[in-house]
Design a protein around this ligand. Structure first.
Ligand code: FES
Ligand SMILES: [Fe+2]
Length: 323
């Protein structure tokens, strides 16, 4: 892994894990934001994320720490810390030492659970959340299938993976699309909405993608991003697919990308096959992008041409997330 990026980690809400994978009492070491972290769920069910190292003598709370009530107990000397990073017990001392008493002594991250995932707010200076992410109704509905998940760890930064959607010309060269997608982008604070009428590859009734250059206009795609780490996309018209894309900085050079798909349980057999063909096509396209992302450099002042799409507009929008 080479070091090619000189940008800070952008602030925002980032997916940490799937809600149903973390049961009450679970403790898990996690590496994001260039930091060692510990994720745990208290006995009452609250998910919490703290910096991993204990302020007593530095043990990692994620390796052997145990949940006790609403706190996590350190594996080394059993000091306890709650989800806000306050020390709640030093079991063998008469009093909690002033260095840690009545103050946040472990960095804690705001956590929410939404759309079946656990999200943490990251800001390099610890600022409180500056925006919210959406509840996606399909992801709370029993009419839609459980998440079908794909994930990748990639040597790149979020600004680069997001730029992909604004980069129209690469759809032809990298993805073999017969024509550039036609769409418009709307920017509103932390929100970015893109609508495409895609002349995508046709997908036959067996769900097989036809790369021969034949295309159809039957797919509408609306993609909404809120901040750098959360995107949801709705494919509609001939068939329905919902995709929740999450991207979480592992550090300032690497990201963890997850694509989560859901489709209506009641979709005709034919449309169901079109939907699963679309899922496979999206996954295939990311895998085509990855070698480009992992070896390219970021040019601050690129030589853009008139057919490139709204790359400059995208970059200006993204800039707001660098504190
Ligand atoms: S290092 Fe955590 S309690 Fe001592
Ligand atoms: Fe791409």
């Amino acid at each position: 892994m080479n070091r090619r990026y000189e940008k800070p980690i952008p602030y925002g809400w980032y997916a940490i894990d799937y809600s149903d994978s973390l049961k009450p009492g679970d403790v898990r070491p996690v590496n994001y934001f260039g930091r060692e972290l510990v994720l745990f769920r208290t006995e009452s069910g609250t998910a919490s994320l703290l910096n991993a190292h204990c302020p007593h003598l530095g043990a990692h709370l994620g390796y052997g720490g145990i949940v006790k009530g609403e706190a996590i107990s350190c594996p080394f000397h059993a000091w306890e810390f709650n989800g806000e990073g306050y020390c709640t017990s030093v079991p063998y001392a008469n009093r909690i030492p002033p260095k840690v008493a009545d103050k946040q002594c472990v960095v804690s991250y705001p956590v929410i659970e939404r759309n079946q995932m656990i999200w943490a707010w990251y800001h390099p200076e610890g600022a409180a959340p500056l925006f919210e992410i959406d509840d996606v109704p399909e992801l709370q509905s029993p009419e839609w299938t459980p998440l079908d998940t794909y994930e990748w760890r990639i040597n790149t930064i979020i600004q680069e993976t997001g730029e992909n959607a604004a980069d129209m010309a690469h759809f032809i060269t990298v993805h073999g699309n017969p024509a550039m997608p036609q769409g418009g982008v709307d920017l509103d604070g932390p929100r970015r909405i893109t609508e495409f009428d895609s002349r995508a590859h046709s997908i036959d009734a067996q769900g097989k993608v036809d790369l021969s250059g034949e295309s159809h206009d039957a797919v509408h795609l609306r993609s909404e991003s809120v901040g750098p780490g959360f995107t949801f996309q709705r494919f509609s018209r001939m068939f329905d697919v919902l995709m929740m894309g999450t991207v979480t900085p592992i550090d300032d050079q690497n990201v963890h990308l997850r694509f989560n798909f859901s489709v209506p349980r009641q979709q005709s057999e034919n449309n169901g096959m079109l939907a699963s063909g679309t899922v496979q096509e999206i996954v295939r396209q990311v895998e085509q992008d990855i070698p480009i992302w992992e070896h390219k450099v970021y040019l601050e002042d690129p030589a853009l041409c008139d057919g490139d799409g709204p790359i400059a507009k995208y970059r200006k929008w993204f800039q707001q997330f660098y504190a």
